[in-house]
Design a protein around this ligand. Structure first.
Ligand code: MRU
Ligand code: ZN
Length: 208
């Protein structure tokens, strides 16, 4: 069982994140899914198919780390396993956000297959937890899109087990996943990625 007060705090953070991300244009047309940890065995996550700019408490449900609904008849996000894998791998993670921005989508399609996006030399890399200089490298793997979410989840588990310090990934033609200790950390990561994706796209435009 989970603590109802902790669920309410997690649901509020998710609803508020949805308003912000929709308003920025990063979660259009019912796309995206968001989650926040309740305890070591449960997370709050968006119900599948809901409009992320108009979420209410009934649009957030509880699942366990196997992705099974707890006290809900609703269907959780179709991508629930992509969230739970991260909570399983990283006990310190408190929130996961998946967004569908134009820049993340276009950039993921322009990157050569099999090659991660390497971000280096940007001061804004310091927005990621654990990064304190522009001189390091942030590696963003790009996984091919798939409707087989369990298979995709296992690919992400293997990659991030080997690269635990990296803050997010792209799915080609689909969007971004990133996480953090708190929802605020996670929202900052989304904003930082969006800025850096725009820099990469602009660089490709002026220096093809
Ligand atoms: C509206 S298309 C996007 C979906 O297919 C999916 O990628 C997505 O992000 C939202 O799925 P959901 O099941 O609502 O969590
Ligand atoms: Zn998606």
């Amino acid at each position: 069982m989970f603590d109802v007060t902790r669920y309410a705090v997690a649901a509020d953070a998710i609803v508020e994140a949805g308003r912000f991300l929709y308003q920025r244009g990063w979660s259009p047309a019912t796309s995206s899914n968001y989650s926040a940890r309740i305890d070591e065995r449960h997370i709050a996550i968006t119900v599948s198919g809901r409009h992320k700019g108009r979420l209410g408490a009934g649009d957030v449900m509880v699942v366990d780390l196997a992705g099974r609904p707890v006290q809900s008849q609703c269907r959780s996000s179709a991508e629930t396993r992509l969230h739970t894998v991260l909570y399983e791998l990283f006990p310190e993670v408190g929130a996961v956000l998946h967004t569908h921005s134009v820049k993340a989508t276009v950039l993921s399609c322009l990157l050569p297959p099999g090659q991660p996006l390497t971000l280096e030399g940007y001061e804004l890399q310091k927005a990621f937890v654990g990064v304190d200089t522009h001189e390091g490298r942030v590696q963003v793997p790009v996984f091919d899109n798939s409707q087989d979410i369990d298979a995709l989840a296992e690919q992400t588990r293997a990659w991030f087990r080997a690269h635990p310090e990296q803050p997010g990934y792209l799915i080609r033609g689909h969007g971004l996943y990133t996480w953090g200790r708190t929802m605020d950390d996670c929202l900052r990561h989304v904003e930082a990625f969006e800025f850096l994706f725009e820099c990469e796209l602009e660089t490709m435009r002026v220096r093809p």
